[in-house]
Design a protein. Structure first.
Ligand SMILES: [Zn+2]
Ligand SMILES: [Zn+2]
Length: 300
């Protein structure tokens, strides 16, 4: 089954970060400064997601820049005894930390408040695929998290994602900053580093919530995916100049295209063979920066 392709949809691309801390939890910048930095770096929307606290966002949105509510909530235990971190997007009221007893109850509670649950940084949290495959009702997982990458090199949770897809769990993959504005002499700042590009008719709360829950976006911390189209069982991709374009599928399926002769590539085509349970696209530039599409089709 082909999934709805955001590259074929009407609308334009809006850039956003879904995971942001401020001085209202353990971030270094005030909500005002965080909003200003993201706006001046070309972002269109920003969720502020302090730990266990819905930050007051009044006055932070401007013409062409939308700030949305949220919070990050954690609860254990996972299979290995750690905590799940769950980002509650569009959460407008605080949830008391003692109100639920496990991750599924937390997701259910988030949903009951009209918010969406996103499973944060699985690799950093020490979550296994077993932990996530039994959760229902969330919109996806973070497949890249800037602060987890720059702090302890556990920013990528792409194998968790592929395991979930291999198990038939349709899951959207999000790149986020989780910015705390932390940095030092061997650690770059974690702000304005990764994002999603959401295809939307307009920049409104409803449009953002619809795009992120329906998979109408791709993720990046560098490359641009210009287009993805599927015709006659051929997937065609065009990107900014990159070194590698991958078509990722279950197990041994899929194909990788690497630039040869030192020249970058910016397109690739893949013929669907028939054994793919899902296919997603990712590309890497020469600095290792990556863009990730969501799954384009599923055959569960
Ligand atoms: Zn966290
Ligand atoms: Zn966080």
């Amino acid at each position: 089954m082909l999934l709805k392709n955001p590259f074929a949809m009407e609308g334009r691309w809006f850039k956003g970060n879904l995971h942001t801390h401020t001085t209202n939890s353990d971030g270094a910048w005030s909500p005002d400064k965080v909003a200003n930095e993201y706006r001046s770096n070309g972002y269109d929307f920003l969720f502020i997601t302090d730990h266990w606290k819905v930050t007051d966002i009044s006055g932070l949105s401007q013409d062409g820049f939308l700030v949305l509510n949220g919070a990050e909530l954690n609860i254990g235990p996972s299979e290995l005894g750690y905590h799940y971190h769950i980002v509650a997007l569009n959460l407008k009221e605080n949830i008391p930390s003692n109100s639920v007893s496990n991750a599924q109850e937390l997701i259910n509670l988030i949903k009951s408040k009209g918010a969406f649950a996103l499973v944060a940084h699985p690799y950093w949290s020490g979550l296994t695929v077993n932990d996530i495959q039994n959760l229902n009702g969330h919109i996806g997982i973070e497949i890249f998290n800037s602060t987890c990458f720059f702090s302890i090199a556990k920013g990528h949770s792409v194998i968790h994602w592929d395991d979930l897809l291999c198990k038939g769990k349709l899951t959207w993959g999000f790149a986020v900053d989780d910015t705390h504005q932390h940095y030092n002499d061997h650690r770059p700042i974690d702000a304005c580093n990764a994002w999603i590009m959401a295809k939307m008719p307009e920049l409104t709360e409803d449009s953002v919530m619809n795009a992120i829950s329906s998979g109408y976006f791709y993720s990046s911390n560098g490359p641009v995916i210009h287009d993805i189209s599927i015709q006659d069982n051929i997937i065609s991709v065009t990107t900014s100049d990159v070194k590698i374009i991958n078509f990722i599928a279950n197990a041994h399926n899929g194909e990788s295209f690497t630039a040869m002769d030192g020249k970058p590539i910016n397109s690739a085509r893949y013929k669907i063979r028939g054994g793919e349970k899902y296919i997603r696209v990712e590309c890497f530039d020469e600095n290792g920066k990556t863009a990730w599409s969501n799954p384009l089709l599923v055959n569960f």
